[in-house]
Every structure is written in C-alpha cells, then in structure tokens.
Ligand binder design. Structure first.
Ligand code: NCD
Length: 305
C-alpha cells in the first residue's frame, strides 16, 4: 500500500506517469466517470481549506466515487482529544482512501503509519503540500511542454509557504532547473530546503529582494500569499504582507511566454489587472488540480490501468 506524504514519495518517473494520466483524464473526462465507482474518499481537514478539500471531493465525485469527512478540527473527535493515530484507524473502516490536512507538521505521516488505507498529505503546517505540487507540475508541463531546463522564480513567503518547499523539492530532480528566490530577509526559504534539496544536487539558485530585477529572466513566476496564520505576531505580518505585489506594469518586464502560478488563495499579491494577461495561469491551475487528484486517487487505489 502506498501513501503520498512527501513529494519525494513518488520518483520523477512515477510523477511524470501520474501527470500523463492527468493529461489523459483532461482530454476525455467522461471515460473516467465510473473509474472509482463504489470507492469512498475521506477528507480529514483539521485546518481551513476551500480549494484543496473541494478539489479532492470533486475529483472523487468525477470518478463516480463518494466522499465523507469533516472540514474542521472542532467538528471532529480531535475536539475530544482523539489522536490522529486513532482517528485514522477508525476511518480505515469507513473509507478506501483518505486526504488529511493538519496544522501540525508530520501529522499525516504519523497517520499513515497506523492506516490500513492510502493516506494523502493535503498540507501539514508550514511543511509540505505534495498534491499542490502535482498541480503546479501539471500546469508547468502543460504551459511549457517540459519540466526541465526552466528558470523558476518563487516570490513572497518562502519561509512558511509549504507549497514552495514541496515544489522546490520536486523540481530539483529535473535536469537544468534554476531557482530565483525572491523574498524579504525574514521570509527566506528555510535552510533545510537549501542544504537538503539544492546543495547536494548542485542546483543553481540566487536569493534576491527585487521582483522587478528578477522578472526578465524567469520562465515561471510562482507567487505566494504571506501566511498570516503562521506568524507569531500580527505586527510582523502587517510589516511584511505587502512586500510584493505583481501588477500589469511589472508584467511588462517579463518574457512573453512566462507563466504566473499561484496556489491560491490570493490576498493582494497579484493585482486583478494581471488576471486578463494570457500569462496568468492560476485559474487553469485550479482546474489542473482536479485532474491531477483524479489521477492520484486512481493510482493509489491501483485503478489506473
Ligand atoms: C495553499 C496552502 O494551503 O498551503 N493553498 C492551497 O492549498 N491551494 C497556499 C496558501 O494557503 O497560501
């Protein structure tokens, strides 16, 4: 039995196979509408979410399966003090596969050790978010035709943004990738990402403060929200929240075929005027998220054939 807890749980080859399946699903969704019939997905969300939870639910419903679960810790037995280990043992009796989001780093990993069904990490604290990464990779591949040989700019909250950590870990396995890390000093990528992911593979990267300076060299710009809920005090958040705002004016500095990604939700880091730019890929990213989760559910349930 397999889980998806960390983006490296799937080799790059397996990841590309999963993206191929997502492409096939996108081109003929009707062919998959019964593919997971009679299967049940449990969504165990201990932390707020719109996209990820509904995207998982839509994915399972599109496959002809059904869904059950809870959308906040208050409405689950966690409020009574139940551990994730016990919860997943119970859920294993109700469902065939589970997606878990938890504010505590490592909670989905712990759950997977006690589970009799595949567990998918749908975001654990400021740590990892591997299904957002699959979504991002599918979007990059559909836009650029490849994952390798690209200069990827990541901008905003690189410290607490779990989508950034997962995406970097995954892309670091691609030939010819370069990173431009654009953040305020206080929100730099954690050292462990640099030393464990970039260092050993000798991946070229630079850390810069200015989005404008970085812009002309980028093939992909991955914008992120400043993660208010992970700050220790409101003052720091207020000081840093408007560090980067992408505007139509700044887009003029970018390559004509650059793509702008954002995991969403957006607060104000991308001006609404950018939405009309053909380089804005963040809403198609949402659609890709459904296809890739359909592909993931089929793969983990062994139904992908
Ligand atoms: C991201 C997350 O939850 O980490 N959202 C998402 O899943 N699409 C990004 C964010 O919350 O800023």
């Amino acid at each position: 039995m397999r889980h998806l807890i960390d983006p490296l749980d799937f080799t790059m080859e397996e990841t590309e196979r999963l993206l191929d399946l997502a492409d096939r699903i996108a081109s003929d969704p009707a062919a998959y509408q019964e593919a997971a019939r009679h299967k049940k997905l449990a969504t165990l969300f201990y932390e707020p979410s719109t996209r990820t939870r509904l995207s998982f639910e839509a994915a399972m419903l599109n496959l002809g399966g059904s869904v059950l679960g809870f959308a906040s810790a208050d409405s689950s037995s966690a409020a009574k003090g139940e551990s994730v280990a016990d919860t997943i043992r119970v859920i294993s009796c109700y469902a065939d596969i589970a997606a878990m989001r938890h504010p505590k780093e490592g909670a989905p990993l712990r759950a997977s050790r006690y589970s009799r069904i595949p567990v998918i990490n749908a975001g654990d604290g400021g740590h990892q978010h591997p299904t957002q990464t699959l979504t991002d990779l599918l979007t990059i591949r559909r836009r650029k035709g490849r994952l390798g040989g690209l200069t990827i700019g990541l901008c905003g909250d690189l410290k607490f943004g779990r989508t950034v950590h997962s995406l970097m870990m995954s892309l670091a396995r691609c030939e010819g990738v370069r990173f431009v890390l654009i953040s305020p000093e206080e929100l730099r990528v954690p050292d462990y990402v640099i030393t464990e992911t970039l260092g050993p593979r000798g991946i070229p990267y630079e850390e810069v403060r200015s989005l404008e300076t970085a812009m002309p060299g980028l093939d992909i710009l991955y914008m992120t929200r400043v993660q208010r809920e992970r700050f220790f005090n409101e003052e720091d958040y207020v000081r840093l929240k408007d560090s980067y705002i992408l505007t139509a004016e700044k887009m003029k500095l970018a390559k004509p075929d650059m793509a702008v990604l954002h995991p969403l939700p957006r607060v104000n880091e991308i001006a609404l005027s950018v939405d009309e730019d053909p380089r804005a890929a963040y809403f198609e990213q949402v659609q890709n998220g459904v296809y890739v989760r359909m592909a993931l559910i089929l793969t983990l349930l062994g139904l992908e054939g």
